[in-house]
Write a protein that binds this ligand. Structure first.
Ligand code: EPZ
Length: 419
């Protein structure tokens, strides 16, 4: 297994371009199952999770052409479709569950391995299934798989207990080919949900309100293939912004949509970091002390849970005391013991982490456990004195394309050591 070796202390300066959004690419690739013909997606990030989704689509009978940042997908005819998402793929990427809605809507049947939990929590899919049942699907759980069937889904009014992101996306895709009108209330408002809505409309679906808490969809009898370029990854952008802040650098994070980062920008500014819009990006500059920040993760547009681990590194090297509450996932503090081994002062009690700033942290060999935890360990290595080795970087490769090369272009002393 590869590892990343960082010698901390360098100020990051220069320009870094944000890649396409992983959490938009995954549902949008799955949506190609709904369309007749070949859909082509550009600005797709080159990530392990994207490769897994491409593999899964091929396993389902799609023709998939995966060039560097462009993916073309031709969904199969009903007789050539293989309507099963197997455990070996779903266990490596729980977002595989996103094929459930489109398979059911397009082909009338789907057998998808239950994703199971992951490092950050149980992550059930009860809301996905509740919505599909409301649309007339017969849902059966057996042998670790969910089996759904429906002659044709019917539009329904669905009130989600939780504004689940992929739950909402699954139901939007199912509704797009259902008969009649669907209303999804308490919908997730993430930009990636809104982006999926744009793609469905391009396919010929009638979608209103994607990106708000009420989404209305009038089902179509068929949908057409599309061309679409994936929007920039707001979490990758936020990660680079924190890297600039903690290294007291001056970085232009290019190709970002500031309006998708309001909560992150306001917390960075509260910490004393300068964040200004410049040339289609955000310029992040900082020198001197960082102020503590209190954070509670929330569904969008609140502070994103996917940025919690990264901000904990900023709190660690800031002055004073910061209180961080992880209100979305039940176990998203796996980075804490590793940061403490580097000298951080963090006490976790249930969902709350109290972080006391320390004058410095020191490099150590640390273990990545999940995608954003591994990003926070890289950030900590950038600012720690001495050398940090981050092991199990396959977690990092799920969500960040060539991060060590891109950070080294900003002056970081970082390299990947092949296993
Ligand atoms: C999406 O996961 C993202 N993944 C996650 O990003 C992100 O952390 C999460 O949304 C929250 O923003 C993708 O978009 C591929 P949820 P998702 O369903 O959809 C509970 C990353 O690092 N819940 O919104 O799986 C669930 O347990 C990843 O890029 C139910 O109880 O998250 C969690 O506590 C990590 N029942 C909360 O809701 C359900 O049926 C939010 O989960 C569904 C969810």
């Amino acid at each position: 297994m590869d590892k990343i070796v960082i010698r901390g202390g360098a100020r990051l300066t220069g320009t870094i371009k944000v890649a396409g959004a992983k959490n938009a690419a995954l549902p949008i690739l799955a949506s190609s199952l709904l369309a007749e013909g070949t859909s082509t997606f550009k600005n797709v990030p080159k990530l392990n999770d994207v490769s897994t989704m491409a593999k899964l689509l091929a396993r389902l009978g799609c023709e998939v052409d995966h060039a560097r940042h462009t993916v073309s997908v031709t969904a199969p005819s009903a007789k050539r479709a293989h309507l099963e998402a197997p455990y070996d793929l779903v266990k490596t990427m729980r977002a595989s569950v996103l094929v459930l809605g489109p398979l059911l809507a397009r082909y009338g049947r789907a057998r998808v391995s239950l994703p199971g939990g992951c490092a950050i929590g149980a992550r059930p899919i009860d809301q996905h299934l509740k919505g599909l049942e409301a649309m007339g699907a017969r849902v059966k759980l057996s042998h670790g798989y969910v089996e759904c069937s429906a002659k044709r889904l019917k539009g329904a009014r669905i009130v989600l207990d939780i504004p689940t992101v992929t739950g909402c996306e699954n139901l939007m895709m199912a509704a797009a080919l259902a008969k009649g009108h669907t209303i999804i209330e308490n919908a997730a408002r993430e930009p990636e949900v809104e982006e999926l809505g744009h793609v469905l409309v391009k396919m010929g679906a009638r979608v209103e309100g994607a990106g708000t808490h009420i989404i209305q969809i009038e089902g179509s009898d068929s949908l057409q293939a599309v061309e679409h370029a994936i929007l920039p990854d707001r979490i990758e952008a936020g990660t680079f912004m924190v890297a600039a802040a903690v290294t007291r650098g001056d970085v232009l994070v290019e190709n970002t949509r500031p309006e998708h980062l309001d909560a992150v920008i306001s917390k960075l500014r509260a910490a004393g970091v300068s964040v200004t819009s410049e040339k289609g990006g955000l310029r992040v500059r900082h020198s001197g002390a960082l102020a503590p920040v209190d954070i509670t993760t929330q569904p969008y547009p609140g502070f994103p849970t996917d940025m919690q681990a990264q901000m904990m590194v900023l709190a660690t090297v800031a002055g004073g005391q910061s209180v961080i509450k992880e209100a979305i996932f039940e176990n998203r503090y796996m980075h804490v013991p590793e940061l403490v081994r580097m000298g951080a002062d963090i006490h976790v009690d249930g969902r709350v982490a109290v972080v006391r700033g320390v004058p410095k942290i020191s490099g150590a060999t640390v273990m990545a456990t999940d995608l954003r935890a591994s990003a926070s360990l890289v950030l900590a290595g950038l600012v720690a004195s001495g050398e940090t080795e981050v092991l199990r970087v396959y977690h990092l490769d799920r969500g960040y394309e060539k991060i060590e090369r891109r950070l080294s272009k900003l002056g970081a002393n970082i390299k990947r050591v092949k296993a």
